[in-house]
Design a protein. Structure first.
Length: 243
């Protein structure tokens, strides 16, 4: 289950942070590290600061885009320390741990951390099902990258330990669509809205962002998403027949 939890770092600029993150992960039993377009590649400093977790650094997957790091995941949680113009479904760290372990039973889960100075962009955060914020001291809320990873990795581990101790009957498995399927749906939705004239390609406004938020809140299951895709295909067929 812990192997299904990905820690994703976006455009990390200091190799020492990579090593410190690897150490924070391994102390909590996490080893699945993804590096998205790192500004520098892991080096000897990363290995030194990993302090015994060099295997996590050595096995880290380096990819060019966030989409590659999220491929195959059914749940994505993005870290965000600041309020956004378009509020998103939120989790606290404890809820993040519980949700991650619940869904990691069946499919990969990604917890995404942004750049050291500016975090994640709005577009990147809109790829997430939830945002998580660490409720630090508002008078001094400065957490470095490894600290933030340590806190959330700890909550994941506690949730996992609790799940091992409980002897409960298996709950009905809810199959959620993978990130890849959701992105195809959003692309399909946008294309249909453009074809019907509901939105203009050059002036889309915030319609897609708000629709993403709405479907994120609703969290459609895989079968429900298939129904929505079928509805869009039906609209396309009707439009072709009416020409």
């Amino acid at each position: 289950m812990l192997d299904n939890v990905r820690i994703v770092l976006v455009e990390t600029s200091h190799t020492g942070n990579m090593g410190s993150v690897a150490r924070a992960m391994k102390t909590m039993g996490l080893t699945n590290l993804w590096l998205v377009n790192p500004l520098v590649k892991p080096d000897s400093q990363a290995i030194a600061l990993a302090a015994g977790a060099s295997d996590v650094i050595g096995d880290a997957k380096i990819v060019d885009t966030l989409d590659e790091a999220l491929a195959g995941c059914s749940l994505v949680v993005g870290t965000s320390a600041r309020s956004r113009t378009l509020p998103w479904p939120m989790l606290n760290p404890r809820e993040c741990g519980l949700q991650s372990i619940t869904e990691a039973k069946d499919a990969p889960v990604a917890i995404v951390f942004g750049r050291e100075r500016v975090g994640l962009t709005n577009d990147e955060l809109q790829k997430c099902h939830y945002h998580v914020a660490i409720q630090a001291n508002p008078e001094y809320s400065s957490l470095n990258l490894a600290m933030a990873v340590q806190i959330l990795a700890y909550e994941v581990r506690i949730a996992w330990l609790d799940s091992q101790e409980k002897d409960e009957p298996e709950a009905e498995v809810v199959e959620y669509p993978l990130v890849d399927d959701l992105e195809r749906f959003y692309g399909h939705l946008e294309q249909v809205m453009q074809n019907t004239g509901f939105i203009k390609p050059n002036h889309p406004g915030q319609v897609m962002s708000r629709l993403r938020r709405m479907f994120t809140r609703a969290r459609p299951e895989s079968q429900e998403l298939n129904i929505l895709r079928g509805m869009l295909s039906s609209i396309e067929s009707d439009k072709k027949l009416s020409k």
